[in-house]
Design a protein around this ligand. Structure first.
Ligand code: HEM
Length: 492
């Protein structure tokens, strides 16, 4: 044995006892069956069987990094959030990028929205902004989300994503026309996670020290520049290098090329909301920049790779319900549904003590609750009392709500989202189409037609409904799409 070998630590069981042989199972005689007393073997196999946890029901495939958010403008007239309280102030962040529909091992270079989930480890607790690389979404009511995702995922019979299901749902959900136009345009397949924008997408509330409140939308503009892949480039890359985006992010950070984003907000005074030309809480719509110009408030830099992907990325949890004082929800019905869905998913996927894992717990303060125990509780509270009120010096409430109360009225009911003067499901889809260059229009039509043409030959009704939505957005859009789809279906 060399000196170096002598210095190596002893391999042990989970209980710390030395392992005598990690190559040969203990058997009854040479060539005989294994013995149940070989606990090293059984412990190793049993642990291996339990290595996986359920993957995220959406956004299963992703990559993440740590970094820093720096405030670059005075936003105290709008929010009292402590991490935004002065120019130059820095907050640690963790950002997980993802695709939506694919399973854990799927390729990165696909046409799909990208998740853009940021955890700000603030001194008032963690603030999570769980957004996408798109400013809008396919639907505007949380009750439709599971149905929508079922059409994106695998069909119960074929086990594959089916064009019939995708276009059936989108055709019957005209509010999706804006986001579908976005997705099949050039930005639908980012070249990497570094070369795309992020958006909070929903409208959120900011409240200042005086109690006044505002509606805001977040934008994270990539400083690397927008870069996209064509459908052909993506098909090739997905086949050759399924981990392309994950690798690109890790290697850029390893090289010291830290990606950055300029953070902007659109700010709407609360008093504007009722009379605004679009419902400001409708997730299928943007606020045109001419109405509310984005103003720069900060800079986000990613500069550290996680050391252990399972511990820090797979077990990371982000919740749209993780607010801090001075920031709160809007009445957007999608956001309201998400306030429930994420923590529920975390309890199932990672467990009741998920919040206390190193990546998830607050880094700039500590959690002080009377919740205790459960699976894998680590005893961190020691002898502290576990109830409130108590007279043993335990933690107490502040008496100040995190965000401003907002007026409500009318009767309960399954109400559709209210429409404002210029609202319909097509106006902004048409505006986006007309904004595209002629080249981009051609690529958009080709991308859409290639997918719609895959609908089963005997389901012309699905094709017709799908095209009709684009026709309602813009007559030229619908006409060109119809011609392209008919041509492709003739060739089938
Ligand atoms: C009502 C609509 C929605 C529901 C019910 C929903 C539900 C979920 C669930 C259950 C997860 C998995 C969470 C986990 O296991 O950790 C998830 C992940 C995610 N969702 Fe949604 N979602 C909705 C809409 C949206 C929208 C509109 C966006 C973006 C604007 C979005 C962005 C994300 C992102 C980025 C992730 C991945 C977070 C991570 O990296 O861990 N979702 N969603």
């Amino acid at each position: 044995m060399t000196t170096q070998d002598e210095l190596r630590p002893t391999l042990t069981t989970e209980a710390g006892a030395p392992v005598a042989d990690n190559q040969n199972t203990e058997t009854a005689g040479v060539g005989g069956p294994a013995l149940i007393q070989d606990q090293q073997l059984f412990e190793k196999l049993a642990h291996f069987n339990r290595e996986r946890i359920p993957e995220r029901v959406v956004h299963a495939r992703g990559a993440a990094a740590y970094g820093t958010f720096t405030v670059t403008a005075d936003v105290t007239p709008y929010t009292r959030a402590a991490f935004l309280s002065e120019t130059g102030k820095q907050t640690e962040v963790f950002l997980r990028f993802s695709t939506v529909a694919g399973n854990l091992g799927s390729a990165d270079a696909v046409r799909d929205p990208r998740g853009f989930a940021v955890k700000f480890y603030t001194e008032e607790g963690n603030y999570d902004l769980v957004g996408n690389n798109t400013p809008v979404f396919f639907i505007k009511d949380a009750v439709k989300f599971p149905d929508f995702i079922h059409t994106q995922k695998r069909d119960p019979y074929t086990g594959s994503q089916e064009a019939d299901n995708v276009w059936d749902f989108w055709g019957l959900s005209p509010e999706s026309t804006h986001q579908v136009t976005w997705l099949f345009g050039d930005r639908g397949i980012p070249a990497s996670y570094r070369h795309m924008n992020g958006y909070g997408s929903h409208t959120f509330q900011w409240q200042n020290e005086a109690g006044e409140y505002f509606w805001v939308k977040y934008h994270f503009k990539t400083d690397q520049g927008i870069r996209n892949l064509s459908q052909d480039e993506a098909n090739k890359l997905a086949g050759e290098d399924p981990d392309s985006h994950q690798r690109d992010l890790r290697e850029a950070i390893e090289r010291g090329e830290f990606p950055t984003w300029t953070v902007q907000v659109q700010i709407m005074p609360a008093t504007d909301a009722a009379a605004y030309r679009f419902n400001p809480f409708d997730l299928t719509k943007v606020w045109p920049h001419a109405d509310y110009p984005p103003v720069e408030i900060g800079r986000l830099e990613l500069n550290r790779n996680p050391d252990n992907i399972f511990a820090e990325v797979e077990q990371s949890i982000f919740s749209p319900a993780h607010f801090v004082p001075g920031i709160g929800p809007s009445p957007d019905k999608m956001l309201q549904g998400r306030l429930f869905a994420y923590a529920d998913a975390h309890r199932y996927r990672v467990g009741i003590n998920a919040d206390h894992l190193p990546v998830n717990r607050p880094h700039a303060t500590e959690a002080r609750t009377n919740s205790r125990d459960g699976h894998l509780y680590d005893g961190r509270h020691g002898r502290q009392k576990n109830y409130e009120p108590n007279s043993f010096g335990g933690p107490v409430q502040t008496g100040r709500p995190l965000w401003a109360a907002t007026p409500v009225g009318g009767a309960t009911g399954n109400h559709a989202a209210p429409t404002h003067a210029e609202d319909d499901d097509f106006v902004q889809a048409g505006n986006l189409y007309r904004l595209f260059s002629e080249d981009e229009k051609q690529r958009l039509i080709a991308n859409l037609a290639g997918f719609i043409a895959k609908v089963s030959a005997d389901r012309e009704d699905i094709v017709e409904r799908a095209i009709d939505n684009f026709r309602k957005a813009d007559a030229d859009y619908g006409q060109r799409l119809e011609t392209a789809v008919r041509e492709l279906r003739k060739q089938r």
